[in-house]
Design a protein around this ligand. Structure first.
Ligand SMILES: Nc1ncnc2c1ncn2[C@@H]1O[C@H](COP(=O)(O)OP(=O)(O)OP(=O)(O)O)[C@@H](O)[C@H]1O
Length: 249
């Protein structure tokens, strides 16, 4: 089953057409990587799936997106969509508050009474992102003191605290060192048991290491989507082959 489906989906910024009649499904309980050259619309695709692209001036869309079988594009309660579809960004962001408050921020923001308090939720989320042992003695300290890699794992804990069904990640490791990158990759592989993960990455080695499926996007159109091994070893399309060989060749 597909967790997310784009159906005849197009977007524009002003008069500039970015995504062009995209039809694609993202599998449940799997990691899908989106790769493609700069400016091809990867971030726009992610931000359309959690309804944050519409915050940009001049953004327009046509078509539909389904999340877990439900159309989300006309949902009036946008917060409900954004809770269901969490997003982690390229730059690790720690909110200006304690580590504990960072984790509880989402549940409080969305008014999830059962999850807004309680050390158990904080511990559970921090354990899920393998941060608990590093921070358990300083939960009340400002999160700003954490390293970049720790902040990125905290950002993931903050998203997981509201129990999303889909996790979007936009180049989450681009500012991290290899050790932090490795930690995040291991985490993502574990998390996929409960979550559908869609990750934009410029690092094709990363896509190959962690993604079950890979999508190649070019100029706002899906050129090819398939099992990651197949995409990298025997892509169907010349353009995919060109993109991959340009980076690996
Ligand atoms: N807020 C905006 N207003 C106008 N144009 C925008 C806006 N955001 C993005 N664009 C344009 O939309 C196109 C697609 O951008 P997008 O960020 O989705 O690409 P991308 O594939 O994620 O690129 P990159 O790999 O460089 O991050 C680009 O031409 C970009 O300049």
């Amino acid at each position: 089953m597909n967790a997310v489906e784009l159906i005849n989906f197009s977007t524009w910024y002003g008069s500039k057409n970015i995504l062009k009649n995209v039809n694609i499904g993202f599998s449940s309980d799997a990691i899908t990587a989106i790769m493609g050259p700069s400016g091809c619309g990867k971030t726009t695709m992610l931000r359309s799936i959690n309804r944050t692209a519409e915050m940009e001036t001049g953004f327009k869309w046509d078509g539909d997106i389904h999340v877990l079988g439900q159309s989300i594009n006309k949902v009036k309660n946008v917060a409900r969509v954004r809770r269901q579809v969490g997003m982690v960004y390229q730059t690790p962001v720690a909110l200006p508050m304690s580590i504990k408050e960072n984790v509880l921020f989402g549940p409080r923001y969305y008014g999830l009474k059962g999850r807004s308090h309680g050390d158990a939720i904080v511990e559970d989320c921090l354990r899920k992102v393998a941060l608990w042992d590093e921070v358990k003695d300083r939960l009340q300290q400002p999160a700003s003191k954490l390293s970049g890699g720790q902040k990125q794992r905290l950002a993931m804990a903050r998203v997981l605290a509201v129990e999303p069904r889909v996790l979007l990640l936009d180049e989450p490791c681009s500012s991290l060192d290899p050790a932090s990158t490795n930690l995040i990759e291991e985490l993502l592989k574990r998390l996929t048991k409960d979550l559908s993960i869609i990750i934009v990455t410029h690092n094709l080695f990363q896509a190959r290491r962690i993604a079950d499926e890979t999508v190649f996007l070019l100029e706002g159109q899906v050129v090819e989507k398939g099992h990651t091994g197949t995409i990298f070893t025997s892509p169907r399309h010349e353009k995919t082959r060109g993109f991959i060989s340009g980076l690996f060749g």
